[in-house]
Design a protein around this ligand. Structure first.
Ligand SMILES: Cc1ncc(COP(=O)(O)O)c(C=O)c1O
Length: 493
């Protein structure tokens, strides 16, 4: 076995320690060219780590070109190239960089574990690439480059391209001057957090909520106070209770087909939330990536459209209805907020790609977008139904409600199972998922999981639920064994 040591007290993640150790052995020729690395399962056992940790370490070495993996042949050390640098005494980066923020690290590790692995993907919240309208996008891009290439490859307006702001303003029935284009709605949330929040400020949010929002709030030093939610979204009474007890800087909500629960705020509650927020003078950030993806009824009315007092800041994106790769999103807000966003955007990335914006404006502003949305709704609805049917058929030991749209099913594990334990078994079965704790600021959600149904075909979704069922069964059995044998009533011990 390899001469490798890992230190669990070291802040450097285990997979990085393993990759660093194997890299050193390869570069010092302790493992010669053409040699096989130990199978991941074997090395994981020897180091007493999860197999996924070794898989991640090998993936890193593959990406660096040090090893190659061939099906049936294992992982083999590649011949040396000039790109290989001699080993030097390297700096201790973990010491220089200081402790890792565990909250962020959890998410990074989970995401890393699943990247590039051949499994059934229930983890990431990305659209299915075979549904991209490729022909139209290719034609639009070619024409834009042909007719306006130099302009679209040059610098652009900080607030965004007028053509895209016009398209968005028309959809949201507002003025183009109230639309601010961002490089994805994640950037919109980050800019808003930086404009509004200082350390110690309170942000109210449904809990669980979108991981990326929790991270940007956390980064500013704000405190997230959670509002529990049910199938109809947050409870307005709770909102009022909290607002009457403490000063609150912002209310953040994903009211339609929420990430991670799939819940949608009912119409009555939308009105009540707006009324309460306006009475207490609290701005509302409405994050709405999924609202148009409604499968059982018309898309719900946005808070933005119901708001009469100018309290709502709307965040939209084309990541879920077109594709995430162009990085185009928008914030719609009263002009004083737009004015404050400008300098923050400028010092973040100057402006959003003019070519991306022009492509999105041309597609989203054309009748083809409506047809594309219809197609997405049809396809995702079938996938949602496949996941629901598969979970009901194969997955004893979970509880969930059926989302009316969006991407996600949020499931609660019964029988005292921990999601992290289930995750290990699920990965072994070749299924990815996200554990519920990622969607809380701290220490909750251990008994829940988020499953994405948008990224896989119905056949693979059914297969995935079957595997998940096996993983659940194994986790429950282990849990029972760990608790010890159940005593028969009246048994003498
Ligand atoms: C609720 C929510 N907001 C924002 C985002 C970020 O999307 P993007 O930055 O790709 O627009 C996501 C993506 O998963 C999301 O689920």
């Amino acid at each position: 076995m390899l001469d490798l040591k890992i230190d669990r007290a070291d802040p450097q993640p285990l997979h990085e320690q393993i990759a660093a150790g194997v890299r050193r052995l390869i570069l010092t020729r302790a493992i010669p060219t053409g040699a096989h690395l130990p199978p991941t399962r074997q090395l994981a056992r020897a180091l007493r780590v999860n197999r996924g940790t070794v898989v991640q370490a090998y993936a890193r070495l593959r990406a660096e070109g040090l090893v190659e993996g061939q099906v049936g042949r294992g992982t083999v050390v590649r011949p040396a190239t000039k790109a290989w640098r001699p080993v030097r005494h390297s700096l201790s980066w973990p010491t220089i960089l200081g402790p890792i923020d565990q909250f962020v690290q959890n998410a990074v590790e989970v995401a890393g574990l699943f990247s590039g692995r051949a499994n059934i993907a229930f983890a990431a919240g990305f659209p299915s690439s075979e549904l991209y309208p490729m022909d139209r996008i290719a034609a639009i891009t070619a024409e834009l480059l042909e007719t306006r290439g130099p302009e679209l490859l040059s610098d652009g307006a900080v607030q965004g391209a007028p053509e895209l702001r016009r398209v968005v303003a028309e959809e949201l029935r507002c003025m183009p001057s109230e639309v601010f284009v961002v490089s994805g709605s994640q950037q919109g949330l980050s800019l808003l957090a930086r404009v509004f929040l200082s350390p110690g400020d309170v942000v109210l949010a449904e809990l669980p909520t979108y991981l990326g929002a929790l991270q940007v709030f956390h980064e500013t030093g704000a405190r997230v106070v959670g509002l529990p939610l049910d199938a109809e979204g947050m409870d307005p009474q709770m909102l009022e209770d909290v607002l009457s007890r403490m000063p609150v800087r912002l209310l953040y909500t994903v009211p339609s087909f929420q990430n991670p629960t799939g819940a949608s705020l009912s119409f009555e509650r939308r009105q009540a939330v707006l009324e309460i927020a306006s009475r207490y003078g609290v701005p509302v950030i409405e994050d709405d990536p999924y609202g148009l993806l409604a499968y059982d009824a018309e898309p719900p009315s946005t808070l933005w459209s119901l708001d009469e007092g100018g309290h709502v800041i709307y965040v939209g994106t084309c990541s879920k209805t077109l594709f995430p790769g162009l990085r185009v999103g928008w914030v719609a807000a009263p002009e004083p907020v737009v004015d404050r966003l400008l300098p923050v955007k400028l010092r973040t990335d100057l402006f959003t790609s003019p070519l991306s914006q022009a492509v999105v404006a041309a597609f989203r502003g054309s009748p083809a977008f409506g047809r594309h949305l219809d197609e997405l709704r049809r396809v995702y609805r079938v996938r949602r139904d496949a996941m629901v049917a598969g979970l009901r058929r194969h997955c004893a030991g979970i509880d969930f409600s059926v989302p009316g749209g969006g991407y996600f099913v949020w499931a609660r594990l019964t029988e005292g199972m921990a999601a992290r334990d289930l995750l290990g078994r699920a990965v072994e079965e070749g299924v990815s998922l996200l554990t519920g704790d990622l969607f809380y600021p701290e220490g909750r959600g251990e008994e829940a999981i988020r499953l994405t149904f948008a990224s896989e075909t119905p056949e693979r979704i059914l297969e995935g639920t079957k595997r998940l069922g096996r993983a659940l069964h194994r986790t429950a059995r282990q849990e029972r064994e760990a608790r010890g044998p159940k005593r028969a009533p009246g048994a003498i011990v």
